[in-house]
Design a binder for this molecule. Structure first.
Ligand SMILES: Cc1cc2nc3c(=O)[nH]c(=O)nc-3n(C[C@H](O)[C@H](O)[C@H](O)COP(=O)(O)OP(=O)(O)OC[C@H]3O[C@@H](n4cnc5c(N)ncnc54)[C@H](O)[C@@H]3O)c2cc1C
Length: 422
């Protein structure tokens, strides 16, 4: 599909943060991040004036920071812009699979110094209020992280020049490149701004066909000593609770002393009441006894289910949520964000400074191979299993282990990507 690129100024609704970064309780994680650069810091070049760079990445979540990290050492001058100050919070259950650590060459022993890293070796699953199935593994199959820590860690080590607390408010074409915010001249722009990415808007993604909306609510807080003593959620066994109409699922995940509780449902307008029913269920079943007045945050996004958005055009690429890549079965999006960031970086390196659409088309092909419709079909999207397999299968141990957990949530069938540095 050919899409005409438009120059535009972004309306305020796209630039307002969905979660006030000041509300993020991340103070403990801000320490020990050597080499930090910020828009107000002395190490940032060109601040205030128009600077030129090879690649400008809009968004410093896992997608943007992974792309920048994979471009380090390429000789390209990479700038990264994010409207938030870091650490910033993000509505998320906060689990990652081991593939993420492999792909990003994370030193987990170093990461967990002063940060939360909770290994998971099993899952408890079932319907809200129904019997649960325990699926155990003899190895670590996933990790619980806190997004305010994880995203900042990735960002600070990515090697790009960082411009934080700066929203991308305008983009316009100049020659073969782009002028961003009337102060950066970039040869290539990478959109990594999440579900409301301004660069995706530039590609007309808000006008392309889309799937159903998912609404989600989540809270994460540190438990008091009494709450910790009463908590029956095992730290190494997160619990997933499917809604009885199978329109979504809820979770209760313990990461050390932190508890993360949330729910996501398709096309739901009464999400708050589902969240409160779920929390009541957790209390009544004796799993938690929480007295903290926790703050619930909300998020809304669209499911794409294998429909591919326009992800590449002249001197523009989209990665992560801005390309609509989160897995439709689970909503897990950190791994696709990272993988698309790595693939975009490989394409940019191979383009050799000529970022015309034909030189970036390889990125769309790689994405289709990795996340294309055929692989989602093989994994059976929620609509299919809702109708054909039904609720009974959630009590079946084989189905729970091999399909729900291994395929839909852990994606164990998909080997990790290897970073290309050529
Ligand atoms: C309730 C919920 C639970 C989830 N749980 C999980 C989970 O457990 N595991 C998992 O893998 N995935 C989970 N996900 C999905 C995951 O959070 C996303 O897929 C992932 O964050 C995508 O990364 P990203 O870098 O593409 O976008 P983001 O992490 O959203 O980062 C985008 C960045 O762009 C910045 N930005 C936005 N607009 C602008 C602008 N105009 N100018 C400058 N900067 C801008 C933002 O400040 C932000 O830092 C969950 C999602 C939800 C909603």
């Amino acid at each position: 599909m050919q899409v005409t690129l438009k120059s535009f100024t972004i309306p305020e609704v796209y630039t307002k943060p969905m979660v006030n970064p000041k509300d993020a309780d991340c103070s403990a994680s801000a320490a020990d991040l050597g080499g930090a650069q910020s828009s107000s810091g002395a190490t940032v070049k060109d601040a205030g004036a128009r600077g030129s760079c090879d690649v400008l990445i809009v968004g410093g979540g896992p997608a943007g920071s992974s792309c920048a990290w994979a471009l380090a050492g390429s000789g390209l001058d990479v700038c990264l812009l994010d409207k938030a100050e870091f650490p910033r919070d993000k509505v998320c259950a906060g689990w990652i699979t081991p593939a993420v650590a492999i792909e990003l060459e994370l030193d987990l022993a170093a990461y967990q110094v002063g940060r939360t890293l909770q290994p998971f070796t099993g899952f408890r699953t079932g319907l809200i209020g129904g019997a649960q199935v325990l699926t155990r593994y003899d190895q670590v199959v996933s990790y619980g992280i806190r997004r305010c820590e994880f995203d900042e860690y990735l960002l600070r080590r990515c090697g790009a020049r960082l411009f934080l607390h700066e929203s991308c408010t305008s983009l316009r074409r100049e020659g073969t490149g782009w002028i961003v915010n009337e102060r950066f001249l970039a040869k290539c722009v990478v959109g990594a701004g999440g579900h409301f990415c301004p660069v995706a808007r530039l590609l007309g993604c808000d006008e392309q066909p889309t799937g159903p909306v998912v609404l989600a609510q989540e809270t994460e807080f540190e438990m008091s000593a009494d709450e910790l003593a009463a908590c029956q959620i095992q730290p190494d066994v997160p619990e997933l609770f499917f809604c009885s109409d199978l329109q979504g699922y809820a979770w209760c995940v313990r990461k050390g002393n932190f508890l993360n509780i949330g729910i996501g449902r398709e096309g739901e307008s009464h999400l708050a009441s589902h969240m409160s029913v779920f929390c009541d269920h957790l209390r009544r079943s004796g799993k938690i006894d929480v007295t903290t007045a926790y703050r619930v945050k909300g998020h809304a996004y669209r499911l794409y289910r294998g429909q591919h958005r326009q992800v590449a055009a002249d001197a523009v690429l989209l990665i992560g949520d801005s390309a609509g890549l989160a897995y439709p079965q689970s909503g897990e999006g950190i791994r696709p964000a990272i993988e698309s960031g790595l693939m975009a970086a490989a394409t940019i390196r191979a383009a050799g400074g000529d970022y015309r659409q034909e030189n970036l088309a390889d990125y769309s092909r790689r994405l289709k191979l990795r996340f294309g419709k055929s692989s989602s079909d093989r994994n059976a999207p929620p609509g299919a299993w809702r109708q054909v397999l039904g609720r009974r299968l959630l009590t079946n141990r084989w189905f729970t282990r091999h399909v729900v957990i291994d395929r839909w949530f852990l994606h164990r069938q998909q080997r990790p990507l290897v970073r290309s540095t050529s």
